[in-house]
Ligand binder design. Structure first.
Ligand code: NAG
Ligand code: NAG
Ligand code: NAG
Ligand code: NAG
Ligand code: NAG
Ligand code: NAG
Ligand code: NAG
Ligand code: NAG
Ligand code: NAG
Ligand code: NAG
Ligand code: NAG
Ligand code: NAG
Length: 480
């Protein structure tokens, strides 16, 4: 035992003495402070953009700055090189602006960084820098809800199988008991919630746990006339209840369909990191923006919850997950052997100074990093890796899914042979369940979808909100 400890101690020393080299990073971020999402057309607040900007700046000082021990190998420090960066967000204002603010922190205006390279001189002697003190334009890819690539960010939307599984949560005894035991607690907030146009006393239940928390949390920050009406302690209880409701809606150990959003996200992460590997480090930094649903589903399927019970809780505004691709040696070129590559998972719970980016072991392991090859096989086990696979599992009628139907590959069983990294156990589980439920499942799924669509089209014109805000049957699965 003692020998083992000593060995671990010395190998630990060796590892820290040997400088590692970061080769690429993929980051997933939640939006900062925003208006309540109960009201469509909600947006990031000024505080929210500051939070995402702050986090982007902190990532700059970790991964981009030349005085950081974690600077990514070969990354451009001051002038953004767009081939090194990939940034994407769902085509929704809150999440697009989240990514923009983050990128503004990652690559601030050039004048403040390096005035010498800010301007370009023409043949006639005139010099020009970008507007806004040398603002840097990082390309940001917005993903519309009907683009196949949207599934990496929002794999829980447009997926009737997820909606159906989430319904099962409301039927569970766990839910029913909480519903009953918290009834009086929720009813006590009628005075604070009653002014919300579509709330009746009967709506004050655990079934609206997130929405009620969100309304009162946002009011506690922004609404002067309601300040102090909800105590810190009440807000804490409301959040804790929202934690359990949202975790239950996004993960269930025995019902893989619940976490399809997290599985597609895992496929997206794998794909981004693999691009860094397959291009030998040309792609250096990927940014994806998304919702807390995706965080929670991923925390569940990657077994982070066994590492710390904190992963059962909703992540803070502007929380981030970082996946580092690195090699244990101090190198000057991308390693030629993939066996020299490792991956480390890190999480930062918001934008506060006190919150640091911390490493956590994935998949219930004990080490804070694992070899790339192990990472790939473990991730494939929990991932949806192609849009075709997603369409089959979800029984989705998204327009891009039609392409797979014409080749006769839409049936779940035949999507098994689809392209990509083969089918995961999780996927097989979903398919097994679907085959059992058969035609009924498909019909029920279509009915949900039909209702969802009708509600969306009903809401959009009435409120004259931007129609690109995505709505789904689950009030909580809306963006972030
Ligand atoms: C890594 O190697 C370079 C030279 O190749 C050296 O300048 C640098 O100090 C080394 N870094 C560490 C942390 O040992
Ligand atoms: C790196 O340099 C910046 C200013 O250029 C400074 O604010 C920061 O503290 C430095 N970081 C380290 C780790 O030395
Ligand atoms: C130099 O060329 C640019 C582009 O043709 C023009 O806009 C600018 O006015 C010129 N500057 C001078 C001093 O002629
Ligand atoms: C999890 O799924 C199982 C099997 O579908 C179900 O019996 C159980 O009630 C579910 N639990 C929750 C909290 O949804
Ligand atoms: C909030 O509290 C203030 C006084 O503390 C009171 O005047 C006001 O009516 C309360 N508002 C609500 C919605 O309860
Ligand atoms: C409140 O309940 C009514 C009746 O069930 C329902 O139509 C309405 O959508 C609910 N409102 C909210 C905000 O959940
Ligand atoms: C602020 O709170 C008051 C009292 O609860 C409420 O009437 C009002 O609608 C709230 N304003 C906003 C913007 O939510
Ligand atoms: C990584 O990318 C390469 C090249 O595109 C591909 O051949 C390989 O299958 C990918 N691996 C994974 C795990 O996705
Ligand atoms: C993030 O912070 C929230 C609020 O304090 C907490 O409930 C949650 O457990 C935290 N998550 C992690 C992984 O630390
Ligand atoms: C999660 O990790 C714990 C602790 O290592 C382990 O006991 C458990 O079997 C793991 N669960 C899954 C689903 O992998
Ligand atoms: C895949 O994940 C399941 C748990 O979800 C686990 O039991 C199994 O061992 C994993 N398979 C591999 C190859 O890691
Ligand atoms: C694919 O075909 C099935 C069976 O004909 C149908 O139910 C489903 O709606 C189709 N999906 C798409 C996207 O066309």
């Amino acid at each position: 035992m003692l020998l083992k400890l000593l060995t671990a101690f010395y190998s630990g020393l060796l590892l820290t003495a040997q400088a590692e080299t970061i080769l690429g990073v993929t980051v997933f971020t939640r939006h900062g402070d925003r208006q309540s999402k109960h009201y469509s057309g909600y947006g990031l607040t000024a505080l929210g953009t500051q939070q995402n900007f702050q986090v982007g700046g902190d990532y700059r000082s970790i991964y981009i700055a030349s005085n950081s021990s974690k600077q990514i190998l070969g990354v451009s420090e001051n002038r953004v090189v767009n081939s090194q960066i990939f940034a994407t967000a769902p085509d929704q204002s809150v999440l697009l602006n989240t990514a923009t603010a983050f990128l503004q922190g990652l690559y601030p205006p050039l004048e403040g960084l390096d005035p010498e390279i800010t301007s370009q001189t023409l043949n006639n002697g005139s010099s020009y820098g970008n507007p806004l003190n040398g603002y840097q334009y990082v390309v940001l890819h917005g993903k519309e809800e009907d683009a196949p690539d949207t599934i990496w960010l929002k794999g829980d939307e447009g997926c009737p199988v997820v909606t159906k599984s989430a319904k099962k949560f409301q039927e569970s005894t766990e839910f029913q008991e909480k519903h009953k035991s918290t009834r009086a607690f929720y009813e006590s907030f009628w005075e604070e919630i009653g002014s919300v146009y579509d709330y009746q006393p009967s709506n004050l239940t655990y079934a609206n746990a997130y929405d009620i928390f969100d309304l009162l949390n946002v009011a506690s920050i922004h609404n002067a006339s309601s300040a102090g009406n909800v105590t810190e302690e009440e807000l804490f209880q409301l959040r804790t209840l929202a934690d359990s409701a949202e975790f239950g809606l996004n993960f269930n150990n025995t019902d893989p369909a619940r976490s399809i959003g997290g599985q597609a996200f895992a496929g997206g992460i794998l794909n981004q990191l693999n691009q860094t590997v397959s291009t030998k480090g040309k792609l250096k930094f990927s940014l994806m923006a998304g919702s807390y649903d995706t965080f929670l589903a991923f925390f569940g399927i990657s077994n982070l919850t066994s590492t710390s019970p904190n992963f059962f809780g909703l992540p803070h505004y502007a929380a981030t997950m970082s996946f580092e691709l690195f090699t244990s040696e101090n190198v000057t070129a991308f390693p030629s052997d993939n066996n020299d590559l490792r991956v480390r998972f890190l999480f930062r719970n918001g934008s506060d100074d006190g919150e640091t980016l911390r490493a956590f072991p994935l998949f219930g392991g004990s080490e804070d990093s694992l070899p790339w090859t192990d990472f790939v096989s473990q991730m494939q086990n929990i991932s949806i890796t192609t849009s075709e696979q997603w369409c089959g599992i979800c029984q989705s009628d998204m327009p891009f899914c039609e392409a797979y139907n014409s080749t006769g590959s839409s049936s779940p069983a035949s999507s098994q042979g689809g392209s990509g990294g083969g089918m995961s156990n999780v996927v097989a589980g979903v398919i097994g369940a679907m085959v059992t439920l058969g035609v009924v499942a498909i019909l029920v799924g279509l009915a949900f979808l039909f209702l969802r669509r009708r509600r969306t089209s009903h809401i959009a014109p009435a409120t004259a909100q931007p129609i690109n805000e995505k709505h789904s049957g689950r009030s909580d699965s809306d963006s972030a």
